[in-house]
Design a binder for this molecule. Structure first.
Ligand code: F6R
Length: 366
């Protein structure tokens, strides 16, 4: 049932070209420049009139929410806040009928997320769900929603569910942009044409496996790791760090790269590996100067770079190449080598990758 793979986690990492494709199936029409989301189609008028979007989730799903914030603000031009469900519900949040709440949950059973939904509903907000498990509890208590269709995720550490959540958020951002007229048709055609190519680019990212394995050998005895990125590379860094701590029990932190100088830089020495998301995009030059700061303090730099990159290669100890794409889709690609990295490090350390200690697949306690 592991389809020839040693662990469910690895199988699920390798399923991503297909799961992302399944997630987009019947929803994107690149030539027409059109996105169709049947699950929320009754809310198109509502989407034209919302003032704000609040995304609520936990863990990895919360990281997907942070990527969603970038995408929705960029394309739909609606202000977005992303909240941990557990924090949201224990405050007295300011929510009204003009708010759209998007709850993200792989399992559809997370207690904190459910409680946050009930609270937002009482205050009159419209609630959309983004869930993976069909027929789970959250889709039943939301007003509308879009399934991720990633298929069952058995590994406790979320992999393909995360990329499917990011895919749905991409579709939602473009859909809302379309309804609100904040995107030109030509741009839409281009965006969807590029999105359509993502499954095959993810396939290419998986080819970094041998390189990642070799790097994992070097990092496996580390006690700490720092993950840095900017823009939508920041949530990718957070997710990379979470994956590593969950399954390998190495202490890891994700930070926006520019925040490093406000504290974490004190940690850097020759025993501190720093993993950078350093692809060619709007923050490339800035990330390069952050890499220089780490190198100047003898930190070990592992960088995810765009294929053919020369500048970062000169500075980094190890690089992992991923194909070039529209900046909006960077998280879908850059996440893949980080999943492989945490997987291999955990296996090399003899950890139970599919069932890490103290963790459960769905957290139904508050
Ligand atoms: C991380 C992980 C957890 C879940 C979190 C939310 O790999 O699996 O952090 O993401 O417990 O779970 P869902 O998405 O089911 O609400």
């Amino acid at each position: 049932e592991k389809g020839g793979f040693d662990h469910f986690m690895l199988k699920e990492i390798y399923e991503q070209p297909r799961s992302i494709k399944d997630c987009m199936r019947g929803r994107i029409y690149p030539k027409e420049g059109k996105v169709q989301l049947g699950g929320i189609k009754d809310y198109t008028e509502k989407l034209k009139n919302i003032d704000r979007i609040v995304i609520i989730a936990c863990g990895t799903s919360w990281h997907a929410g942070l990527v969603g914030e970038y995408l929705i603000e960029e394309y739909a031009r609606v202000p977005v806040e992303v909240e941990y469900a557990s924090e949201f519900r224990y405050r007295n949040p300011i929510i009204s009928e003009k708010d759209l709440v998007i709850a993200i949950s792989q399992s559809g059973e997370t207690a904190d997320t459910m409680a946050a939904i009930e609270l937002a509903k009482e205050k009159g907000a419209t609630i959309f769900g983004i869930c993976n498990v069909v027929g789970s509890s959250i889709p039943r208590i939301t007003h509308a929603g879009v399934y991720t269709h990633a298929g069952p995720e058995i590994g406790v550490a979320s992999t393909k569910a995360f990329t499917a959540q990011v895919t749905v958020l991409t579709l939602m951002a473009l859909y809302i942009a379309q309804q609100r007229g904040s995107i030109h048709q030509g741009e839409m055609v281009k965006m969807l044409t590029e999105l359509d190519e993502i499954p095959s680019l993810v396939e290419q990212c998986l080819k970094s496996n041998d390189t990642v394995l070799a790097i994992s050998e070097k990092l496996k005895d580390s006690r700490n790791c720092l993950f840095l990125g900017r823009g939508s590379g920041f949530p990718v860094a957070l997710e990379g760090a979470l994956k590593l701590k969950e399954i390998s029990y190495i202490h890891a932190e994700g930070y926006p790269a520019a925040e490093m100088k406000h504290g974490p830089i004190a940690l850097i020495d020759e025993d501190m590996p720093v993993i950078f998301i350093a692809t060619k995009n709007s923050s490339y030059e800035k990330v390069i100067s952050n890499i220089q700061e780490v190198k100047a303090r003898k930190g070990k730099v592992i960088a995810i770079v765009t294929e053919g990159d020369k500048e970062v290669k000169k500075m980094a100890d190890y690089v992992i190449e991923i194909p070039d794409t529209n900046e909006a889709y960077l998280p879908l690609l850059a996440t893949i080598p980080l999943q492989l990295l945490s997987y291999h490090i955990a296996v090399l350390r003899g950890c139970n990758v599919d069932q890490p200690r103290n963790l459960a697949k769905s957290v139904t306690v508050e």
